[in-house]
Design a protein around this ligand. Sequence first.
Ligand code: AMP
Ligand code: MG
Length: 543
Amino acid sequence: MSHSQIELLQEEPTHHFHPLVSSGPKTDAQGAPDYLNDNGDSADARRAFSDWASGRAVRVEVQGKPEGTGTSFVHSENAVKAQKVTSPGYGPWALRYGGHQFGGWADQLGDGRTVSLVETINPTNGQRVEVQLKGAGRTPYSRFGDGLATLKSSVREFLAPEYMAALGIPTSRSLCVTALPDVSVEREEMNTAAVNMRIAQSWLRIGNFEIHARHKEWESLRILGEYVSKHIFGWSEVVTDQGDAHRPPWAARLVQRVAESNAVTVARWQAYGFMHGVMNTDNIALTGETIDYGPYGFMDLFDEDCICNHSDYTGRYSYRMQPTMTLFAIDKLIDALAPVIGYEIINDQAPSPGVLQSATRSDIAEWTDAADAKREPIALSLQRTMLGEWETVWAARLGLLKADKELIDSLQIAITSLDMTRFMRGLCAVPEKVANNSPIECIAQSLIEGASHVQSDTGPSRVDLVTNWLKTYIERLCAEGRDAANVSAAMRKRNPRFVLRNWITDEVAQRLEQFDTAFLEHVREMCARPFDEWQDEEVRLIS
Ligand code: AMP
Ligand code: MG
C-alpha cells in the first residue's frame, strides 16, 4: 500500500453513501446501504449527501480498500491523491431512449442534456432516488443540441415540482438550480444558462423500452424489464440471471403497474388543472412521477380545450386530451414489450437469457400477437383507476365524501372561463354560508365575482348555471350531514389559494437575471404552502 493510500484511508469520512446497483456506474456495493441499519439515525447520510452534492466530497473507487466495498466518498481536497490510487469504475451516465413525439415515432432521442450521478435510497422514507444534472453539457445523445438549459426553463422546473408535491401529485423534484452567468444559451433569443440538480425515483421512461424494441434488441429489452421489475418496482422474485429456476412472468405486470401509477398521476393533474404540454412517450416516467417540465401550465380560466404548449398546433396535448394520451403512451409500452408479454402468456414463465435473441421472426410475430389479449384489460383498468382517483380528488376539493362524474362534469361546465383556483377557494366558504342560511343566489353571485377576470362573465346566464349547480351540490353536502365548519376547514387544505401561473415564473426568471433571488425564494415558499392564507404583499401573486 502506497503512502498516499494510507493517508486517504485515514482521512476518509466514516459515513458511507453507497449507490445502489444501477444501470450506470459499476459498483459492488450491493444490498441495503450501511446507513439504513443505523437505528434510523440519518444525520450521517444527510451530511454525506450534502458534502457530495456541494462538491466537498467526490466518489472514487479505491483499490485494496479493507472493507472490500471498493467505493467511497472522499473529501475533494483528497480527490487528487485519490485519483492516483483508483481505477476507473465510476462515472456519470446518460441513457439511450426513443419516443413517440406528437404521435409519430421519432427514433433515438436519449438523455441529450442530462447526466445521472448516483442512485441511492432516501433514508427518511426508504424510497429510491436517482440524482441527475440537467443542462450540464453535451452527452452521447445530444444529437444537434448544445446540452444546455436556460435559467428560465431551469427555474420553471425548480418551482413546479414544489407546487405539485404540495398538491399531492407524484413528481420529480429539484434540489437546486445553479445559474451560469458566463454561459449564454441561444434559443429564440440569448439566455443565461443554468444547471438543475433534479431527483426522481427513477428517470426511466416508456421510451427506454421502445428504443430497444424498435431496433429488435430483444436481450436489452429483457434485461431492462427484469431490472425495472426487480430494482425499481421491488419484485424480488423476478429472476435476472441465467439459472434454471422457474422465471416468474413480469412483463404484463410491469405495464399494468406503469399504467396504474400514471393513471393516478394524470387524474390528479386533471383535478387540479395541470397541463404537461409534451406528453410524448419519452416524457412519461415508468414510476408515474411527473417529469420533464417544459411548457407546462396550470389552468387560469377554466377551459377544457386549453393548450399550454404553443407549438402544439392540433391540441394533441390539450387539457381535455391528457387522459387519452396516457392511454396512447401505455399502448406504446405494450407494443414495445409485446414479444415478452406474449411469450409469458404462452409459456407461463418469463423468457430466459438468449431465448428472445435466438427466436425466429415468426416466433416473435406469434408472441407479439398473443400480447393483444392484454391490451383491453390494461386499458380498462387504467380508465377505472383514473376515473376513481379523479372522483376521489374532486370529492376532497368539494368537501364531499363522494363525488360522481355527473356532478364534476356539470361543475366544469359552470366554471368554464372562470378562474378555476379562485372559484374553488371561494367554494370552501359555502358549507359555512349554507349553515348560516345565506340565499343560494347570493352565494352564486359572490363565487362568480371572486372568480371573474372580466365583467361579461357575471351575466344572468352564468348566475343561473352556477346557481343550478350549487343547488345539487348543497343537497349533497346536506345529505352527508357533516359539520359545516369542519368541512370548510378541510376544503381549505385541498383548494389552494396560490397557483403557480406562467406570468409568475416569467417574473421570477426576469428578476433572477438581475440577481434577485429573494423573489424566487418568496415564490418557492408559496409553492410549498399553497393552501396558506397568503396576505398583504402576496396578494399580487394570488390575483
Ligand atoms: P424534451 O422535448 O425536452 O423532452 O427533449 C426531447 C429530446 O431532445 C430529449 O432527448 C432531450 O434530451 C433532447 N434535448 C432537448 N434539448 C436539448 C439540448 N439543448 N441539447 C441536447 N439535447 C436536447
Ligand atoms: Mg424530455
